[in-house]
Design a protein around this ligand. Structure first.
Ligand code: 0WD
Length: 257
């Protein structure tokens, strides 16, 4: 039997905010496989919630890290470097757009909303990876969470669709840049999962009703299934895969009508 054994490996998971967060389900799979994990929270107001969400997972540490703050990202990795010779995994599961930019007219998207959404949801992958890569001395695997609105129109997703298109392009460029260092970079494109962020998308619950009608598997996916796919991408099981976006959407993306 082949088991995924990540004992002795270390990873950093961003984007846990509560027990529904996709990042938490990914972290649970990594922890069950033996990986030691660091977590982040975006600001002080989320600190307790995140600590509570990860309490059962014996975290190696929990950092405040607003991904818009380059100094915080740098400081966090400096601290991790003080404790570990190498890290092996990075999970990017962070996204944000001002509420008024989600839903309504795409044409009226504001410049500031665009810049904020792309800074937090897309550029942050470059920034986190830039500081994580020097620590991935034994090779590493990085994943980022994305959504099919990067490729086709999902009404209301608006600025976040642009952010996900940019994110997927960033995944490919990072994969190219870091491949010779044996650092792989991939995306996981999930179907709708009922989380705090998702509820900010107008019509999200309707979307959850629509997916099972169209998806070949005839159902929605679970956050646990995203966790399993992430575990695959973050383990040596996927050692030949980089620059890829893996859909975990019950097959929704292959159906035209
Ligand atoms: O249906 C879904 N839930 C899908 C989510 C389908 C496909 C993809 N995704 C993606 C999201 O776009 C995101 O990239 O998965 C990722 C994780 O999203 P999630 O698990 O659905 O959402 P949530 O549990 O809310 O975690 C995202 C977190 C933020 O949550 P809040 O709700 O507080 O905005 O991203 C974090 C924050 O904790 N975050 C930040 N972290 C650091 N710095 C920042 C920031 N500036 N802003 C938001």
């Amino acid at each position: 039997m082949y088991t995924i054994d990540l004992n002795g490996k270390t990873g950093l998971v961003t984007g846990v905010v509560n027990k529904h967060s996709i990042a938490l389900h990914i972290a649970q799979k990594l922890q069950q496989a033996g990986m030691g994990l660091y977590f982040t929270y975006a600001n002080q107001s989320l600190k307790e919630r995140v600590e509570e969400a990860v309490v059962g997972m014996a975290p190696l540490g929990i950092f405040e890290c607003d991904v818009q703050n380059e100094g915080m990202v740098e400081g966090m990795f400096r601290e991790i470097a003080g404790k570990h010779d190498a890290i092996h995994a990075l999970v990017h599961s962070v996204a944000f757009a001002p509420r008024e930019e989600l839903g309504g007219s795409f044409l009226n998207m504001s410049r500031q909303g665009f810049l904020t959404a792309l800074d937090i949801s897309s550029y942050s992958l470059v920034s986190l990876t830039r500081h994580a890569a020097p620590l991935m001395k034994e090779g590493g695997s990085i994943i980022a969470m994305t959504y099919i609105a990067s490729q086709v129109v999902i009404p209301g997703y608006n600025v976040m669709a642009i952010a996900k298109s940019a994110l997927e392009s960033i995944i490919r460029y990072l994969a190219y840049d870091l491949g010779r260092s044996n650092i792989r970079v991939n995306g996981v494109s999930a179907g709708p999962v009922n989380t705090l962020s998702a509820r900010g998308i107008k019509g999200f619950l309707k979307m959850m009703e629509y997916y099972p009608q169209k998806a070949p598997l005839g159902r929605n996916i679970t956050a646990d299934e995203v966790g399993d796919a992430a575990l695959f991408l973050l383990s040596p099981m996927s050692s030949g895969v980089t620059g890829e976006v893996l859909f975990v959407d019950a097959g929704y993306h292959i159906v035209g009508m």
